[in-house]
Design a binder for this molecule. Structure first.
Ligand code: ADP
Ligand code: MG
Length: 285
């Protein structure tokens, strides 16, 4: 075993022996409302013998941008699916504004999902519709707005994400990766969701476009407010936009807290993780 391997093994030992936070969570100091938009309580989820969530506890503070940071394959998308009741835990509970998601009846669940806007990994645009129709889709589906009113909202949102200059008539196939994400972002916003979920908004983008997208997310959040949950494996993005950060590892949240507390964490594992040290325990891609 090399010295680096020994160090890695020691850190991994410490991580698995670490007293993962349980039960009540520290309330972020920067959040004047002092309450959780979403709480995940002791979540367990396995697929066959693959245990993906292993007693996961985390609170998502209201009105802030929270980043959930974890390496690929650690269950970030699975966690996101639980928040909106697309998957259900084997054990544990998810509260959205205090209401248990796994215990909701179907009708309530559908209603509850209206609180959420979601930006999927690749933008998840409908390939057969142009950008305008993609962004208009939720409004046509869920409101009785006139086409004129819809046009107002759609063009305002497209303008907000920098796509109102002719891109609206293009089909998704004609867009770059970054434009697809921005179009998906505009679509996620049209119903004025209270909570916006981003699944790896930075995946597949070069560092400059990642930085621009992060800037856009911050700007839109500053203008609209709401609770944003950004799931990523990219430490640079977390550092850039995370006002509150939760570190996911081996099916649990190792630590969560305000950005400054996290970057000053006394936990050597979290410190190393957030420093993005390539010699550390995690293959961060
Ligand atoms: N529907 C599913 N059925 C079985 N296994 C799944 C399913 N969804 C995710 N998994 C498994 O759960 C683990 C975490 O996946 P995922 O949440 O997609 O990771 P991440 O988003 O962090 O990269 C992986 O091992 C994956 O294979
Ligand atoms: Mg994922």
């Amino acid at each position: 075993m090399t010295a680096a391997d020994a160090k890695t093994a020691a850190l991994l030992d410490r991580a698995s022996g670490y007293d993962y936070h349980q039960g009540p969570m520290t309330v972020p100091q920067t959040n004047p409302g002092d309450f959780w938009s979403i709480e995940c309580i002791d979540l367990y989820k396995s697929f066959g013998s693959n245990r993906v969530m292993n007693g996961l506890n985390v609170g998502i503070p209201e009105g802030m941008i929270t980043v959930i940071l974890g390496p690929s394959g650690t269950g970030k998308s699975v966690l996101l699916s639980h928040l909106i009741g697309l998957m259900f835990p084997d054990k544990g509970d998810i509260l959205v504004h205090g209401e248990s998601v796994p215990r909701m009846k179907q009708a309530r669940l559908l209603e509850m999902r209206r609180k959420f806007g979601i930006l999927f990994q690749d933008g998840a645009l409908f390939g057969s519709m142009n950008v305008y129709d993609n962004v208009a889709f939720p409004l046509r589906q869920h409101t009785d707005m006139s086409e004129e009113q819809i046009k107002d909202v759609v063009m305002r949102r497209l303008d907000e994400v920098g796509l109102a200059n002719g891109a609206e008539t293009r089909s998704p196939a004609e867009l770059s990766g970054g434009m697809k994400k921005r179009a998906g972002f505009a679509r996620a916003l049209v119903l004025e969701p209270q909570i916006v979920l981003f699944d790896e908004p930075d995946s597949g983008l070069d560092p400059v476009r990642t930085a621009l997208l992060c800037q856009l997310i911050e700007k839109v959040h500053a203008e609209n407010g709401g609770t944003y949950v950004v799931i990523t494996h990219d430490i640079a993005s977390a550092r850039r936009i995370g006002e509150y950060i939760a570190v996911l590892w081996k099916g649990r949240i190792v630590q969560s807290g305000d950005r400054d507390d996290m970057f000053d964490s006394p936990n050597p594992f979290v410190r190393q993780f957030l420093a993005g040290n390539p010699g550390g325990p995690l293959g961060m891609e």
